[in-house]
Design a protein around this ligand. Structure first.
Ligand code: SAM
Length: 164
C-alpha cells in the first residue's frame, strides 16, 4: 500500500472536482520518528514508539480532561498523499480495490485515524503510542476513544430501520 506517487497497472486516477473550503484548521502537528513514507508503519501499534502531538494555541486549553482517558482517537491529515485514485492496487496485493474499501492514505480527503494509547500530557504536548504517520503530519482533531462512551438514550423503536 505504501507508494511515493506512482500510478500502478490498472489503477484509475480521476480529476477531482474543485475543492470546497470546509474551513478546516490544523490544530497541531505530530512529531514521530518517521521521515519516509516507505518506512512508516501501515498501522500504529500500542507497543510502538512514543510520539508527541503538539497542540497549537489557542487550542491548548481544550486538552483539559483528556488525561482521564486511556485511549485517544487521533485524526490527522496525510498531507503528502495523492488524492485522485478511485481504483488502487496495494503493493501488498496486486488486485484492484476501490479506494473506499481500503485504509490507504490515498483518498479524496486524506484523513488518517488511529486509536492511540495515551501516555501523558505535558503542557501543549500529548504523548501517545500507536501512530503511523510521518513526522510533521498536521493534526485535525483529538477525541477520547468512542469505546469509553455509551449512547445517552436506550435504543428506541425505529433506531435500526434502514435510512432512505
Ligand atoms: N491509521 C490510519 C488510518 O487507518 O486511517 C492511516 C493508515 S495509512 C495505511 C498509513 C500510511 O500512510 C503509512 O504507512 C505511510 O505510508 C502513509 N503516511 C503516513 N503519514 C503520511 C503523510 N503525512 N502523508 C502521506 N502519507 C502518509
Amino acid at each position: 500500500m505504501v507508494r511515493r506517487n506512482e500510478i500502478r497497472e490498472g489503477e484509475i486516477a480521476v480529476t477531482p472536482p474543485q475543492a470546497t473550503d470546509a474551513g478546516l484548521v490544523f490544530i497541531g502537528r505530530i512529531h514521530t520518528p518517521w521521515t519516509d513514507r516507505m518506512l512508516t508503519p501501515r498501522q500504529g501499534r500500542h507497543d510502538g514508539p512514543i510520539c508527541r502531538i503538539e497542540i497549537f494555541e489557542p487550542w491548548v486549553a481544550a486538552l483539559k480532561g483528556l488525561d482521564q482517558y486511556p485511549d485517544v482517537e487521533v485524526i490527522y491529515w496525510l498531507h503528502q498523499s495523492r488524492r485522485d485514485l478511485v481504483l488502487q492496487s496495494p503493493a501488498s496485493d496486486k488486485n484492484l480495490h476501490g479506494t473506499f474499501s481500503l485504509r490507504s492514505p490515498v483518498r479524496p480527503n486524506p484523513l488518517g485515524t488511529s486509536v492511540a494509547k495515551l501516555i501523558g500530557i505535558d503542557g501543549a504536548f500529548v504523548m501517545v503510542r500507536g501512530l503511523d504517520c510521518l513526522d510533521g503530519t498536521p493534526l485535525v482533531d483529538l477525541k477520547p476513544d468512542r469505546c469509553h462512551f455509551t449512547p445517552i438514550a436506550p435504543p428506541q423503536p425505529g433506531d435500526f430501520e434502514t435510512g432512505t
